[in-house]
Design a protein around this ligand. Structure first.
Ligand code: C2E
Ligand code: CA
Ligand code: CA
Length: 748
């Protein structure tokens, strides 16, 4: 029996030609031809007759010369040869046959029965010898014998041909196979590897032959490898399939997710047993197998898997993965009676960046932020991006609130310094809400939700800080829902009122216009300021109705003042992003304006800077339509966004309103180096009016005027008042003294 571990062509299991049904050319032995040779005509005839009688096709050759001629011409299986002939003898024919390598079996039929003659004839290649006078039975038996020999030889050469053919074929197939083909001995050492090894994995065959398979298999997959390469002796199925990583010498192009030089391979293996019917350990001699490179598919799968659990922008875990880990951490904390914390983090001012500088800058900022955040946490913590500018951190190993506070302070500190994105210097803060297990909830869901609620509280208290969740917060949160419901009632039952704040000329003290500001006359709580209910109105879209109501009311009041003989009072109305974004904004606004019947020149829209930057192609035409009616446009809270001079030039605006935060920063000893100087220069360059808002004292007023700002609004002149209060102010024209007096002190 052949060695089961070598690739043996005679091993029927591997006889690929048979498996594939490939035909090897056959030599036919169906109609044997016999040549009868004698120099005596009568003997020749009788011999021929005898042979023919037994059903063989026979030719006659009278003498040696004729025999040679016949043998040259055609192939015979058997020759009956007379030895003693004149001129060309039987011996000569035997020599000729040997020389020409004829395959014919030559049976010598001769009266020369001397030992030396026979010996010589057999020596010269005769197949057998029949003595004259022959018996017919003996002669025919000898012919049959010779023919069987011929047949055997033909079959043998046929098989030989078949074997060489199938061996080269299977060698070809094995080596050309797109798969790695290999054999291991019973100890797991390679005894065969096909040519694919080199092109697939970059090894020379000699490097691995005789070596254990662990030379090839990646450390992480030894267990899986042992299962298919060694411990499959008792397995029921003959072929086992498994995927594992192997060390690859070739670094594949474009492999992103598997940066280390390994390949994923799918192996199909079959144990080899001395007796295939007895798959016992004693019978086990090794393993035969094939391996296919499935790295591409694996990478694809890994990518899809990665995408399901990660945020693609920052490559950080996503909500799903955090949730999984949180559930696990809770289970562990429960067992060990330990605490854990969830931080919910929302960036302050991110929306502004995204809206004004675009998504590309926004995305880069988010990446930079996540990098800094990562530096603030430890290995066992999980930092996840929840989408937008929301992040969550799981701290599974904290013990006390102080531990969490340390992390929060670190995060806030880290975010404090500006981010440089492209040419921009961006400032972001963060509002962090924290929920701790077990006091703030015992499920992942509850902890995340409560951390989120705590975060809202930080936002409401002025942002950039952190707070721990408490039950009271939950109560307040539910009041948000109540607030929304009540606000809907407020709109339908007209509980909203409009107050007006005068805008004053810093040169004459005259009231140049008023800003309409909404308030809520709540049946129980009294007058509610817009900062308390506008965030909910914005979240729910109710803001559009509110804006339209305020505009309707304000235009009616302006018409009223005109009727009362107070002259033309200009009114500024705030336009929320949601209102401006409405597709039919312009036509709705026109109809509100038309209903009041006032001149459009008396109306000024206040639009915040970041809204302008949002969607130029959509915003600009809307504003142009407003301008063509005669309506004016002011940029509210100017200086808090990121708009540049070139940007502003593209909008049809009339006025910049200096944000009150800059006014608030004005100090008595201030020189010229303030943001206000820059804004004033900008307004001058763009030929725009300026109004300063939030002016609370004379220092501020003087400084603004000294810089060339000609109008102002603020508590120094008046708080926002109901329409009746404004009527009185306009009648009295009370501010000329205030302005004139101040003017005497500073100017001149
Ligand atoms: P805003 O448009 O910047 O309005 C100016 C705010 O500054 C008003 O607050 C005003 O009362 C306040 N203010 C005026 N003078 C001073 C001052 O000297 N010092 C300080 N610290 N504040 C001063 P208010 O009325 O609470 O409104 C807050 C914001 O709510 C407004 O800011 C505006 O953005 C929004 N808002 C108010 N009414 C409406 C409205 O009808 N529609 C829309 N979309 N937004 C409105
Ligand atoms: Ca305003
Ligand atoms: Ca403002």
């Amino acid at each position: 029996m052949s060695d089961p571990l070598s690739l043996d062509a005679s091993n029927p299991r591997l006889s690929f030609s048979r498996l594939l049904g490939i035909d090897v050319p056959q030599i036919t032995t169906s109609e044997p031809r016999i040549l009868v040779v004698d120099d005596k005509q009568d003997l020749l005839d009788s011999l021929h007759e005898l042979v023919s009688l037994h059903g063989y096709r026979a030719d006659k050759a009278l003498g040696g010369k004729a025999a040679m001629k016949a043998l040259r011409k055609s192939a015979y299986e058997v020759v009956l040869l007379d030895l003693i002939m004149p001129d060309v003898s039987g011996h000569d024919i035997l020599d000729f046959a040997a020389r020409e390598n004829l395959s014919a079996k030559i049976i010598v039929v001769s009266g020369d029965a001397s030992f030396s003659g026979v010996k010589h004839a057999l020596h010269c290649g005769a197949f057998d010898f029949v003595k004259k006078p022959y018996s017919a039975g003996e002669l025919v038996a000898t012919i049959k014998n010779a023919l069987r020999q011929v047949e055997l030889e033909v079959r043998k050469s046929q098989i030989e041909q078949e074997l060489t053919h199938s061996e080269s074929l299977h060698k070809f197939l094995v080596h050309q196979s797109p798969d790695l083909v290999f054999m291991l001995d019973k100890k797991g050492r390679f005894t065969f590897l096909n040519d694919r090894l080199e092109s697939m994995l970059g090894y020379q065959r000699s490097e691995l032959l005789g070596k254990h398979y662990t030379e090839l298999v990646d450390e992480g997959h030894f267990d899986a490898a042992r299962h298919v390469f060694q411990e499959r002796r008792s397995a029921e199925r003959a072929i086992t399939s498994i995927e594992m990583k192997v060390k690859n010498r070739l670094r594949r192009k474009g492999s992103k997710f598997l940066s280390e030089p390994t390949s994923w391979m799918e192996f199909n293996t079959e144990g080899i047993y001395l007796n295939p019917d007895e798959r016992t350990p004693e019978n086990f001699v090794g393993t035969f197998g094939t391996g296919r490179d499935v790295s591409e598919r694996k990478e694809h799968e890994e990518k899809i898997n990665f995408q399901a659990y990660h945020d693609l922008l920052t490559e950080m875990p996503n909500r799903t993965l955090l949730k999984d880990r949180l559930d696990m951490a809770i289970a562990q904390a429960k067992r060990n009676r330990q605490a854990l914390a969830v931080m919910f983090l929302d960036l302050d001012r991110f929306k502004l960046v995204n809206d004004t500088l675009g998504h590309t800058v926004g995305d880069r900022l988010l990446k930079a932020v996540s990098k800094r955040l990562k530096n603030c946490i430890r290995d066992g913590d999980t930092l996840a991006r929840f989408g937008g500018d929301e992040f969550a951190v799981l701290l599974p190993e904290v013990k006390t609130r102080d531990d969490v506070a340390v992390v929060c302070n670190k995060v806030l500190d880290n975010l404090n310094s500006p981010f440089k994105v492209d040419s921009h210097e961006l400032f972001v803060g963060a509002s962090i809400g924290i929920s701790m297990y077990p006091e703030a909830g015992d499920s992942g869901e509850a902890l995340i939700q409560n951390a989120d609620i705590a975060m809202y509280h930080v936002k409401a208290r002025g942002k950039n800080g952190f707070e721990f969740f408490s039950e009271e917060m939950n109560h307040e949160f539910s009041t948000r829902l109540i607030l929304e419901r009540e606000l809907r009632t407020a709109i339908s039952e007209e509980q909203l009122v409009v107050h007006y704040q005068p805008q004053v000329s810093l040169e004459t003290g005259a009231i140049t216009g008023v800003e309409a500001l909404v308030r809520w006359q709540h049946p129980i709580r009294g007058l509610v300021q817009p900062t308390e209910f506008l965030p909910v109105a914005e979240d729910t879209g109710l803001i559009i109705k509110i804006d339209e109501y305020v505009q309707h009311r304000a235009f009616a009041d302006v018409a009223q003042w005109h009727k009362a003989g107070l002259g033309d009072i200009q009114v500024c109305v705030n336009v929320s992003p949601a209102q401006l974004e409405q597709e039919n904004f312009a036509s709705r606004f026109e109809s509100i304006l038309g209903a009041a019947g006032i001149r459009p020149e008396l109306v000024k829209l206040e639009i915040t800077e970041n809204v302008l930057m949002r969607d130029l192609e959509i915003v600009i035409p809307k504003l142009n339509r407003m301008r063509s009616l005669g309506v004016r446009i002011a940029v509210d809270d100017f200086g808090t966004g990121y708009s540049s001079l070139s940007y502003l030039q593209r909008f049809p605006i009339n006025t910049l309103k200096i944000d009150k935060s800059f006014v608030h920063d004005i100090r008595a000893d201030q020189g010229d180096a303030s943001i206000i100087n820059a804004i004033v220069a900008m307004a001058r360059g763009l030929n725009l009016d300026l109004i300063a808002e939030g002016v609370e004292n004379r220092t501020q007023m003087r400084y603004l005027r000294s810089q060339g700002c000609k109008q102002a609004q603020g508590y120094l002149f008046s708080r926002p008042l109901p329409a009746a209060g404004i009527t009185n102010l306009i009648r009295d024209n009370r501010f000329s003294d205030l302005v004139g007096h101040a003017g005497l002190v500073t100017v001149g």
